[in-house]
Design a protein around this ligand. Structure first.
Ligand code: ATP
Length: 357
């Protein structure tokens, strides 16, 4: 895929805060990139600079190899879905969607058929003549997406476009948005703080913290090989356990020795990141031959049980640590507070990082 947007050495300071510090990023044509990170990490600032609403202090933006730093937002020909860009309240749905086409002198009949096409795509075929004031939040979000795509944009920018929706609508809109983006083949950058949403939508995830890119990779790569402890925790490792490298290729954690790959020197303190769903549990003394070959057992006691429908979540006290564990099988469903358990940690599922100084 060819490079579409190139961001080089971007920096932006607000007072004492480095909102962005030396951000470099390449977005390829047709790609769906998600900017992901906690509140205040700089993702909205980055999107606003790409859109032209904010000027960077340093660095460069290139679209198809040409600088766009001096180009005002309306001349960039980007489609945008931002909280601040509300629908025009005095217009109907169709007028909102057709607005950009009217400015460009597209003929009435062509405008009408494009509006119809887009309303079908966002699954709202019958609301063209309604005033936008008569729409639900979810319908408005979809109309805003249709409006942004009415004139095929050079870049499609979305800032938390699904944040106002309930879980069910959000879930179906994520699928719709991904299908839309693929159907139109439009290069897209979306901001979210929701890691599940980012995993679901993105070809590439850019994880940010304090104005800096922490990892820039395919979602599965970020999930399976997080670049550092921050990314591991942000992307869903609920257990961040203190440990120490006790020998080459061996880490001591929870009093047990795990054979796991690490280049960190012997004696160094480490953090072992482990997902809730990757911890295996069995009742004390019920070890099977096959599982005992895989790893050591660590004794623990169930402290808390929560049934979440498809899965159960447990908190298991293991020495000084409280492990969050999730499972969907009968054993998990029947687990009870006070039960003594053996904890199995598969070294293959652990990520090991140098402990923060
Ligand atoms: P959120 O998810 O909460 O929107 P974010 O990751 O999008 O957060 P930004 O909005 O980009 O983060 O903000 C990055 C940092 O810059 C924050 O510390 C924020 O307070 C600061 N900041 C952003 N815009 C301004 C501004 N106009 N004036 C002063 N500080 C700002």
């Amino acid at each position: 895929m060819t490079t579409h947007l190139e961001i080089k050495g971007l920096g932006k300071r607000f007072g004492q805060v480095d909102a962005l510090a030396d951000v470099n990023l390449t977005v390829r044509r047709g790609e769906f990139v998600c900017l992901l990170g906690p509140s205040g990490c700089g993702k909205t600032t980055l999107l606003r600079i790409i859109a032209g609403f904010e000027q960077a202090d340093r660095g460069q933006l290139l679209l198809e190899g040409k600088s766009i730093d001096k180009l005002p937002p309306h001349k960039r020909d980007f489609g945008m879905v931002f909280q601040s860009l509300a629908l025009f309240p005095h217009m109907t749905v169709a007028e909102n969607i057709a607005y950009g086409m009217r400015l460009r002198g597209v003929a009435r009949a062509q405008r009408r058929s494009r509006v119809e096409e887009l309303l079908n795509v966002v699954h709202l075929p019958t609301i063209a003549d309604r005033p936008v004031s008569a729409l639900s939040g979810g319908q408005r979000q979809r109309v805003a997406i249709a409006r942004a795509l009415a004139v095929p944009p050079k870049l499609f920018l979305l800032d938390e476009p699904l944040s106002a929706l309930d879980a069910q609508l959000r879930d179906s809109m994520q699928i719709e948005l991904r299908q839309l983006q693929q159907k139109f083949g439009v290069t897209t950058v979306l901001v979210t703080h929701d890691q599940t949403e980012a995993m679901m939508l993105a070809d590439r995830l850019v994880v940010m913290k304090q104005g800096r890119v922490q990892q820039n990779d395919a979602p599965t790569q970020v999930y399976n090989q997080p670049a550092n402890a921050f990314v591991a925790e942000f992307i869903g490792a609920a257990n961040m356990l203190p440990g120490r490298v006790c020998a080459t290729g061996e880490v001591e954690v929870l009093g047990s020795r795990l054979r796991t790959w690490t280049t960190i020197a012997q004696g160094q303190a480490v953090t072992v990141a482990l997902r809730s769903e990757d911890i295996r549990l069995c009742s004390s003394g019920k070890r099977t031959a096959s599982s005992s070959a895989a790893a050591d057992f660590i004794a623990g006691e169930i402290e808390f049980v929560r049934n979440l429908g498809p899965v159960s979540e447990l908190i298991v006290r293991c020495q000084q640590e409280r492990l969050r564990c999730v499972g969907s099988d009968a054993w998990f469903r029947e687990a009870a507070v006070g039960q003594q358990v053996d904890v199995v940690i598969d070294p293959q599922r652990c990520s090991v990082f140098a402990a923060a100084a």
